[in-house]
Each structure stands twice: as C-alpha cells, then as structure tokens.
Design a binder for this molecule. Structure first.
Ligand code: 5RP
Length: 210
C-alpha cells in the first residue's frame, strides 16, 4: 500500500517546501488540479526536478484529447496521469495507449460516476493502472466520503490497482486500510496539519502495519 500526498492549494515554491518536510514518508506527490490550473505543467516539471526519486502524479482529470494531454504531462515529467472515469472509453483507451508508449501510468478518477461497480468493471478491462474512488471537496462539504465505494470497486476490479481519495485523515485512515487499497491519497489530512511531517509519518506507520 502506497501513500500519495495531494497538493492542491499551493503555488510551486510552497509545494516544494511542503514536499521537503514530508518526502521520506510518502511514495507519490500529486500536483493537484488547482495547481495545474494556476501554474500549468511547469509545476509538474519543477517538482519532479526537485524530487527525482519521488513519483509525481499530474491530476489533470482528463475528459477529452486524452492521448495528447497524457503526452504533454509525460513530457513535463509526470509518472502517473489522471483521467476521469466518466470520460468516453475511446479517451481512456487513448490515455492508456499514450501512457504505455511513454512508460507512464494512468489513474482513473471515479469522481461523480453513478454506477461505480459497472463502470469500474468496464474501465478495468481497458488496461488502466489504477482505479480510484474519490469524494471531491464539494461533496466532502456535505459530509460524504468514499469508504464504502472502495469495497464496491474492490469486488469487481481484477487487474488495476485500487486507490481512494477524499478527506482522509489520521483518525479515518484505519477504516480505509482495512479495505486494503493499493494507494491512499491524502491532501488536507497532511497539508492542513500544524506538524505535517508528524502527520505523514503517523500515516506511513499505519500503512506499513497494514
Ligand atoms: O483531487 C482532489 C480534489 O479534487 C484532492 O487532491 C483529493 O481529494 C485529496 O485531497 P483531500 O485529502 O484534501 O480531500
């Protein structure tokens, strides 16, 4: 099980400072969608250059022109690129094809997908690397989470790794770990803490214990 730090509400220098604090406790650093919107793919490039030993995920949440966008993110140094589960199969296939060419990985974000089991099964057959259940900020605000959804996709996904994101904190992490995702994605649960290093370290420890 790996730990991904999601960076959403920072600029590039802040992202680099934050990763410095926690780098020994994380496996993947995510350049979040708001950061890419604000700063462009140069955020991916600069973070990858600063931390060549960490995997960098570009959270582009691709919906169309997938092959091209995966290509651009790959050029910038992303190791993993996200596409939406709601995208057309042709787009997901395009993303997978380009990622394979570039020796990169594709994570499918299932945010807003209604029939999770059916879509996860379909997407799993398209050869993606990760399928991620995700409660975004707008539904977190309404008190929702994806903990039950993780089991739903684990029941049908046979090939891809499974991942979960959305409001995971130290006190809810044990509930997530019980379902055994391959990847746990945490933003505010680390970045919103006074002692970010301690939060990341405690999460890493729980994950190691499985
Ligand atoms: O993709 C995202 C929002 O769309 C976030 O990166 C993801 O939800 C993780 O952040 P947090 O743990 O703060 O919810």
């Amino acid at each position: 099980m790996e730990l991904q730090l999601a960076l959403d509400l920072v600029n590039i220098p802040e992202a680099i400072e934050l990763v410095k604090e926690v780098e020994e406790h994380i496996d993947i650093v995510e350049i979040g969608t708001p950061v890419v919107i604000n700063e462009g793919l140069t955020a991916v490039k600069q973070v990858k250059e600063a931390f060549p030993n960490l995997k960098v995920l570009a959270d582009l949440k691709i919906m169309d022109a997938a092959g091209y966008e995966v290509g651009q993110a790959s050029k910038a140094g992303a190791d993993i690129i996200t596409i939406l589960g709601a995208a057309e199969d042709a787009s997901i296939q395009g993303a997978v094809e380009e990622a394979k060419k570039q020796s990169k990985k594709v994570l499918v974000d299932m945010i807003a997908v209604k029939d999770l089991a059916k879509r996860a099964e379909e997407i799993d057959a398209l050869g993606v690397d990760y399928i991620c259940v995700h409660t975004g900020y707008d539904l977190q605000a309404a008190g929702k989470n994806s903990f039950e959804d993780l089991q739903t996709i684990k029941d049908v996904v046979k090939n891809a790794k499974t991942a979960i994101a959305g409001g995971i904190k130290l006190d809810t992490l044990p509930e997530v770990i019980k379902v055994k995702p391959d990847l746990v994605i945490v933003g505010g649960g680390i970045t919103g803490q006074e002692d970010k290093k301690a939060a990341a370290s405690a999460m890493q420890e729980l994950i190691k214990q499985g």
